[in-house]
Design a protein around this ligand. Sequence first.
Ligand SMILES: [Zn+2]
Length: 310
Amino acid sequence: MKRNEFIQGAAAVIAGNMLPNLSFAEESNKIGKIRFAYLTDTHLKAGIVPETGFASALHHAQSIKPKVDFIINGGDSIMDSLEADKQKTQAQWDLFHSVLKKENSLPVYHCIGNHDVWGWFVKENKPDADRLYGKVWVVETLQMPGRYYSFSKGKWHFIVLDSTQLNPAGGYIAYLDPGQLDWFRQELEKSKDKFVCIVSHIPILSICAGLFFNKTETNGDLKIQRNLMHTDFLALKKIFMDYPNIKVCLSGHIHLQDELDYLGVRYYCNGAVCGNWWSGAFQEFAPAYAVIELYDNGTSERKMIDYSNS
Ligand SMILES: [Zn+2]
């Protein structure tokens, strides 16, 4: 941030009656932009801290100046339905809808997180026994067009992906299944006249993914686990090289924050609304959401907002 912009920003905060104010560097040089809030990893559950925390993040995002036009929900909306029974899953979704309806009036685009998938880790669940098993429930309850989909805003095309695939041997792995990968290629082919912003719950590329456990292996290796970053990164990188209009990749999942520039793509991992699952900060990162600006020249900027302390 340049010094004079900081001073202008500070003045605007005072003039704006202490409403949260953001000053993006070089903002004045970039004509035309899309501005939105990225709330990821809310992990909502019943309780005063999560419920008031989610409400205050939503209030903050709606009062920030300049205004944001919409919200992207990066996934893990609820605490967990992978291991929850039907009743507990229903209660979490009811709570999520009730807070969102009461506390938010902005349009929201949703992305599926691993914890939004129902029943994969419930032993007695059989895939065919209930039509809501797996991702059907989250897609229906959030009224998503599908588990992956796209939309356009101005000069930008947003592609929302579904990162989480079941590992039959246990757990889940981050990658695009073959059908989704075909669709993704077609989307890119159709949107060559726009800049592309990709949304995935699990990062496609992130150094945070290797820092999640806050330790190295005994031999000194830093491990990036297959459920913490896309295992198909190298394949996706090859595709990205054919489409220089892909400019931004947004993610969450790790509850840490980073910002990487790699081969012309800016990768932002956007912390967590719940921080350390509603127990304060996770490692160095307080509960937060991101404000993202996408400019008409294909550049972008992100600012993380510690919503409880600003
Ligand atoms: Zn996650």
